[in-house]
Ligand binder design. Structure first.
Ligand SMILES: [Zn+2]
Ligand SMILES: [Zn+2]
Ligand SMILES: [Zn+2]
Length: 308
């Protein structure tokens, strides 16, 4: 276990993720190996793993602990039960490893995936970034937020996780950016303001669809204003969303009421805020439901044109 004082990682300095009892990261003390694994359909698992596909995959690994599946079986399962491209399976397993110890062992000449228990070291203090990747991320030699450079402005650049590891962010290049130390500190202060919501943000990020991620975030804030850049971060958690505002507007198809406000008094930049005043349950399959609703509205429009 890592104590907060030892752990220098930005993510671990977010209150609400870090323990206040000084007994180590809350994540670290929560995810001890000796704790029994959650049942596949338990609330405990649902609270950790928001994605249904991921929970189904966990279920397979859980049931097959005495006869662990091979990668081929996992991929078949993903294709048949989850209707997913097989290439997603590696990523799914990797994501489960944030919380669970899933070992790949060669048994009788085949790699089998064994769910052994809770992750020994939780995601908050996740794998270090390799020197090569660090160099790659820092190569632009420019802060991704303010644009300052070491050469002109004598700033020191650090590698930052766009989405903190403790919120489920990875060490993938997409999730890393160069920041100057000032911007990095500013971001840390900003994240400090989410103390009360760290758990819900982690859950929101774990969903597969951008609309569901945004919806869960807004719902977690229960009608409070949420800054647009946080929504952008959460929307892009699984894959970069060029137009997260559009994904946000999609929620209105399902009866959500979302208000928007620009604030001009927070330093140099205009800041957009959003809040949900009406929240509804989202459908199982969001893209299909959106297409159906769009078609319905088109029909309604052409019907009213005929009447005129
Ligand atoms: Zn830590
Ligand atoms: Zn900067
Ligand atoms: Zn980080």
């Amino acid at each position: 276990m890592t104590s907060p004082s030892q752990c220098q990682h930005l993510c671990c300095q977010i209150p609400g993720v870090r323990s206040r009892s000084r007994s180590g990261c809350r994540l670290a003390s929560e995810l001890v190996e000796s704790r029994p694994l959650p049942e596949p359909d338990s609330e405990e698992l649902a609270a950790l793993v928001g994605s249904t596909s991921q929970r189904l995959l966990y279920g397979l690994l859980y049931r097959r602990r005495s006869n662990p599946p091979t990668m081929v079986e996992l991929r078949l399962f993903a294709a048949q039960a989850l209707g997913e491209d097989q290439s997603q399976t590696d990523r799914r397993v990797r994501e489960l490893r944030r919380y669970f110890d899933v070992a790949a062992e060669r048994i009788d000449g085949e790699h089998r995936y064994i769910l052994r228990g809770w992750a020994k070291h939780p995601a908050a203090d996740g794998a270090p970034i390799s020197l090569r990747r660090r160099a790659e991320v820092l190569a632009p030699q420019r802060c991704a937020m303010c644009g300052k450079t070491p050469l002109e402005h004598h700033v020191t650049l650090v590698v930052d996780h766009r989405i903190p590891q403790s919120w489920g962010g990875s060490n993938d290049v997409d999730n890393l950016q160069p920041l100057c130390e000032d911007c990095n500190a500013g971001k840390r202060d900003y994240f400090h303001s989410f103390e009360a919501h760290a758990e819900e943000i982690r859950k929101a990020i774990s969903y597969d669809e951008p609309q569901r991620r945004i919806g869960a975030l807004l719902a977690a804030f229960k009608g409070e204003w949420v800054r647009g850049d946080l929504i952008g971060i959460v929307a892009s958690a699984k894959e970069y969303q060029e137009d997260w505002q559009r994904r946000l507007r999609d929620l209105r198809f399902f009866g959500w009421k979302i208000e928007h406000q620009n604030r001009y008094n927070e330093g140099a930049r205009v800041r957009a805020y959003y809040r949900a005043t009406v929240v509804t349950e989202l459908p199982e399959n969001i893209p299909t439901a959106i297409r159906a609703e769009e078609a319905r509205r088109r029909r309604a429009r052409s019907a009213s044109t005929l009447e005129d």
